[in-house]
Write a protein that binds this ligand. Structure first.
Ligand SMILES: [Zn+2]
Length: 452
C-alpha cells in the first residue's frame, strides 16, 4: 500500500532508511550487551553490579557526546540467600531417602527459620480450587499454587497474555496463602520452558497480613508435587534465607541528544538497567538498554541532529518497585507536556514485526510512513496496545511506543538463570535497534508532533 510522507519530508524519510540500514550493520548494541551481561553480570536493584552498570552506561553515553545526568532514586535492597527444597515423606517412598525440589525464592520473600521449615504440602490448581478446600485444610502447611502457564496461548504469539494470567499467582500468592493460614507458599514457575528452571520475579505482601516465605518451583516439580499429593500425604523441607536490607540510593541514567529547534521537547528511548539476580539479564532487559543506547550511537555516528531532544533513559528498579520510573514521573511532572513520546523495549530481542503504540488511536495513521520505512526488515505492522512498557507506563498522557516483538519464546528464559548473552540473536537484536532508532528519530524530527 502506498503511503504519503505524513509528518515527514522525503529527506527525513530517507534519513530513517539510513538509520534502519546502519542499525542492521552495527555491532554496537551486541558489544554493549556482552559487556553488561558477561563483564558486569546480574544487576538486581541495590547491588554493586547495578551501580557499576549505572556508571558504565553513563560513561558510554558521555563518550558519544550526549549530555548525561544521573537521577537519584531510592530502591529496595533484597538479597537472595540459600534456597533448597526436599521431599522428606511421600507415598511409596524408598525409606531413608529424600527427593530434591528445584525452587527459587520470589523477589521480596521473607526467610524461613535458618534450619528450614518442614510441613505437609497442599496443592491448589487455582484460587478457585483453594476456596473449595475445607476450612483449616491449609493451616500450618506449605501451599502450592499450581496454576499452569498457558503454553498454547504463548505458542500462538500471545506470550505476554499468557504471562499476565499466570503472574497474578506469583504476585498475590503469598498474601492469599497467608490469609488461609499457610506457613509458606510455592508458586508454579511463570514461564513456558521445560528445562526444570525456576523463574523468580517480584511478589507483594498485603499490609496487615503475615509475611510468609515464598518460592517458585519448576513446572516439573509442581507436577511431581501434584501427582504425589493426589496419592497421599507429602511432606517437604523448605529453606529460604533471603534478607531485606535497608533501601539504597540508586539512579536512572539520563542522556540527552539535544534537539536543535526545540531542545525542551523530549522523546524518550529506554529500557531498564536492573535485572534479576539468577541470570545476567540479557533478554530482561539488557537488550532493551543496548538497543536504546544504539539509537544515540547511530545519531552520533551519522551526524543526525533532530529538532527535538532524544533522551536515552536507563530505568532503575523496574523489576521490584519501579522506583526509578516513579521518581522520573514525579521529578518531571510539570514537564510531561513537553514529552512528545516515550519508547521502551522490555520484551527481549526476538523479531519485531512492527510498532506497538499506546495512546490515541490516531497514532496508527500518524506512524504509517514510519512503518513503511521499516517494511524491508519485516517491521511494518502497526498495533494499538495498552502500554508500551512498565516504566514509560508511569508517564501519564505521554504517547508510548515499543517494538512489537515475537513473544513466543521470551518467557522460556525470563527471570531464570538461563537469561544469558547467548539467548540473543545478533540480527534480531539489530532489528529491534532499527525500530527504536527510526521511531525515536521520526518522533523527534517530525513536522507535527505525535497526536496526544
Ligand atoms: Zn523487564
Amino acid at each position: 500500500m502506498e503511503t504519503g510522507p505524513g509528518a515527514w519530508t522525503p529527506d527525513q524519510l530517507a534519513t530513517m532508511a539510513k538509520l534502519r540500514d546502519a542499525a542492521m550493520n552495527d555491532p554496537y548494541a551486541l558489544t554493549e550487551l556482552r559487556h553488561l551481561t558477561d563483564n558486569i553480570g546480574p544487576r538486581i536493584a541495590g547491588s554493586p553490579q547495578a551501580q557499576a552498570a549505572v556508571d558504565y552506561v553513563a560513561g558510554e553515553m558521555r563518550a558519544l557526546g550526549a549530555e548525561v545526568q544521573l537521577e537519584k532514586t531510592t530502591v529496595p535492597h533484597w538479597v537472595r540467600g540459600e534456597e533448597t527444597g526436599a521431599l522428606v515423606a511421600w507415598p511409596d517412598m524408598t525409606p531413608g531417602t529424600t527427593q530434591k525440589i528445584v525452587l527459587t525464592a520470589l523477589g521480596g520473600s521473607v526467610a524461613t527459620a535458618p534450619g528450614g521449615l518442614t510441613a505437609d504440602v497442599v496443592v491448589a490448581n487455582s484460587f478457585d480450587d483453594l476456596k473449595a478446600l475445607p476450612p483449616g485444610a491449609v493451616t500450618g502447611k506449605i501451599l502450592l499454587l499450581n496454576e499452569k502457564f498457558d503454553k498454547r496461548l504463548a505458542a500462538q504469539g500471545n506470550g505476554l497474555a499468557a504471562y499476565g494470567e499466570a503472574v497474578l499467582y506469583r504476585g498475590a500468592g503469598p498474601s492469599v496463602a497467608a490469609s488461609v493460614g499457610a506457613a509458606a507458599v510455592l508458586v508454579r514457575s511463570v514461564g513456558g520452558a521445560d528445562y526444570r528452571l525456576p523463574h523468580t520475579g517480584m511478589t507483594y505482601y498485603t499490609p496487615g497480613l503475615e509475611k510468609i516465605p515464598a518460592a517458585a518451583v519448576t513446572a516439573e516439580d509442581a507436577d511431581l508435587l501434584e501427582n504425589l499429593s493426589r496419592q497421599g500425604p507429602v511432606k517437604m523441607r523448605l529453606t529460604l534465607t533471603p534478607q531485606t536490607l535497608p533501601p539504597v540510593t540508586s539512579y536512572n541514567v539520563i542522556a540527552d541528544w539535544k534537539g536543535t529547534e526545540h531542545p525542551e521537547q523530549v522523546v524518550i528511548v529506554s529500557g531498564h538497567l536492573d535485572s534479576w539476580d539468577l541470570g545476567t539479564g540479557a533478554i530482561d532487559d539488557g537488550a532493551g538498554i543496548v538497543v536504546s543506547m544504539q539509537a544515540i550511537h547511530l545519531l552520533q555516528k551519522l551526524g543526525i541532529h533532530p529538532k527535538r531532544t532524544v533522551r536515552f533513559v536507563a530505568w532503575m528498579d523496574e523489576e521490584q518497585n519501579g522506583e526509578g520510573a516513579q521518581t522520573y514521573a514525579q521529578d518531571h511532572a510539570a514537564d510531561l507536556a513537553n514529552h512528545i513520546g516515550a519508547l521502551e523495549s522490555d520484551l527481549g530481542a526476538d523479531h519485531p514485526d512492527g510498532i506497538t503504540y499506546a495512546g490515541r488511536p490516531e497514532l496508527g495513521e500518524y506512524l504509517k510512513p514510519v512503518a513503511h520505512v521499516l517494511a524491508p526488515i519485516g517491521a511494518s505492522t502497526l498495533t494499538a496496545g495498552e502500554e508500551a512498557g512498565e516504566d514509560v507506563g508511569f508517564l501519564k498522557g505521554v504517547p508510548g511506543f515499543t517494538p512489537t516483538q515475537d513473544s513466543r519464546f521470551y518467557f522460556n528464559y525470563h527471570h531464570t538463570a538461563a537469561d544469558t548473552f547467548d539467548k540473543v540473536d545478533p540480527r534480531l537484536l539489530n532489528e529491534n535497534a532499527a525500530v527504536m532508532a527510526v521511531v525515536a528519530y521520526a518522533l523527534a524530527d517530525a513536522t507535527t508532533p505525535a497526536p496526544r
